[in-house]
Design a protein around this ligand. Structure first.
Ligand code: PMP
Length: 493
């Protein structure tokens, strides 16, 4: 594929025309991805990268069946809002068949954020209450109503929490308030939720809903200990509230065990929201709820929600998951990843924890196993070092120290072994450099500076290594706007 403009120009144009708060992966040396296939990404130089992070490309980038179904529907009817259409009802039926019987009514929207916003509306319409309980460090979407209930964003944006938002402890047995050494952490964490409900009731209110991910992805791949969700759901329901499962990251067979994350906890939510992987890259999202909850909503409309192209592609994704037995793949490949990481963990002083289910896996990078202090800079350097080995992995979690994998479901055991070997090698270099430099748990790593804090664009030269302890080697360049096709107009100051 011939590229119209080179990476440098694209970067300059992006700086010029796109909001600065829209962050890039590897913002010190961003990649320009021009093509993708299955679990591989290709940059403008033809380099192939193993994609461990694009859960959106659920059944594999550009899956031919999904693409051809989308193209065919696009050539027939792209949108015709307000008319009967088989594409929508076929898809709704097939989706509902993957869920417990009472979850049988669908609402179609365009993004995970819209789905979660609608879930809040449904819960409030049904309960006539407005208080919401969420788990600390959660992220539920980018629109105002969801930023208000996303503790991760309240913290980064320095926003005050509204009095109707109630944040409960992350049920994290590695670094949370109840750890693996205590008996029944699931019950203890659930009691924290009960206490919050009681406090709300003391104010003569009650809660509309408890919203959470069945496996807390952005909070650092936290798997709530059993019977946390069973207990919490019963406390919430006793108080008259609804339980909302945000399955935007965890659904559609990703856990390998069950089709939906909540099913791995033996609970049935009142509302399920789904997004990211549904259209394999085509933007679409769905809310599924019970008839009773659905009937409480007086009005809803969405111009693009449930359009025939989205529904045809959504149905094609479900067919591929089934026909290519992707759940059993996720289960066995997920096990390869976990076993591989666990096998190398004892040899790595900075590998604090390995956890996950199916193809959602997290590896905690810590200063040392004793203190469990998050090693953010080391995790960030690790991500860059893996990029040098042509592997794309993210460092997530509240401290950005959890190497997180959520790859396309066609990821293989060979891919898993490659990632484990590469991480083993890169982390060993980081650990050796850290120990030579005498860095302790209170010491600091050379920071990778965010180029957005610089006034002019620059590129990274060479690798990011700790070898000389001087940190990132880089050169500053003159402002590239002059090179950008389309003239010199500068929109962003
Ligand atoms: N919930 C969760 C758990 C998510 O991970 C995301 C997206 N990262 C959202 C909601 C919001 O989805 P979207 O970006 O499609 O609006």
């Amino acid at each position: 594929m011939s590229e119209r403009i080179n990476l440098k120009q694209t970067l300059a144009m992006r700086r010029n025309y796109v909001g600065k708060s829209c962050r890039l992966h590897f913002d010190a040396s961003p990649l320009k991805i021009v093509q993708a296939l299955k679990q591989y990404l290709y940059d403008d130089f033809g380099n192939e990268y193993l994609d461990c992070i694009n859960s959106v490309a659920h059944v594999g980038h550009c899956h031919p069946h999904v693409v051809s179904v989308g193209q065919e529907q696009m050539s027939q009817l792209a949108t015709c809002y307000g008319f009967l259409n088989d594409s929508m009802v076929d898809y709704a039926k097939q989706l509902v068949e993957t869920l417990p019987e009472n979850l049988c009514v669908c609402y179609f929207v365009n993004s995970g954020s819209e789905a979660n916003d609608l879930a809040l509306r449904l819960a409030r319409a049904y309960t006539q209450q407005s208080d919401i309980i969420v788990v600390d460090n959660a992220y539920h979407g980018n629109i105002s109503s969801l930023i208000e209930i996303s503790p991760s964003r309240l913290k980064t944006l320095g926003m005050e929490k509204k009095d109707w938002v109630h944040v409960v402890a992350v049920p994290d047995t590695y670094r949370g308030i109840f750890r693996e050494s205590v008996a029944n952490p699931g019950i203890l964490y659930a009691q924290e939720v009960k206490k919050v409900i009681q406090k709300v009731q003391e104010k003569r209110r009650t809660i509309a809903a408890f919203m959470c991910e069945p496996i807390m992805s952005q909070a650092g791949v936290i798997i709530p200990p059993k019977p946390y969700l069973t207990e919490v759901f019963s406390y919430v329901r006793e108080a008259g509230g609804l339980c909302i499962a945000d399955e935007i990251q965890t659904g559609l067979g990703r856990t390998g065990e069950k089709f939906w994350g909540f099913q791995t906890h033996d609970v049935v939510p009142d509302i399920v929201t789904m997004g990211k992987p549904l259209g394999n890259g085509h933007p679409m999202a769905v809310v599924v709820t019970t008839k009773e909850v659905s009937d409480s909503l007086k009005e809803f409309s969405s111009t693009f929600g449930g359009n025939p192209v989205a529904c045809a592609m959504g149905k094609a994704v479900l067919d591929v998951i089934h026909n290519e037995q992707m759940m059993s793949g996720a289960k066995s490949v997920g096990k390869c990843l976990l076993d591989g990481f666990r096998a190398i963990m004892p040899t790595h002083p900075m590998m604090g924890d390995v956890r996950g289910i199916g193809l959602l896996v997290g590896v905690e990078i810590v200063m040392d196993k004793q203190s469990r202090k998050p090693a953010k800079e080391a995790a960030e350097i690790l991500a860059y070092k893996l990029k040098e080995q042509k592997i794309i992995i993210a460092n997530e979690g509240p401290d950005k120290n959890v190497m997180t994998l959520s790859p396309p479901m066609c990821f293989t055991c060979d891919n898993a072994r490659r990632v484990v070997q590469a991480l083993d090698k890169a982390l060993r270099q980081i650990e050796n450099d850290a120990s030579q430099a005498g860095l302790t748990s209170s010491g600091g790593y050379p920071m990778i500076e965010n180029p957005d804090s610089a006034q002019v664009p620059f590129i990274i030269l060479g690798d990011l290594s700790l070898n000389n302890n001087k940190g990132t080697k880089r050169v500053q360049e003159k402002d590239d706007d002059d090179d950008a096709p389309g003239g010199k107009k500068t929109c962003i100051g």
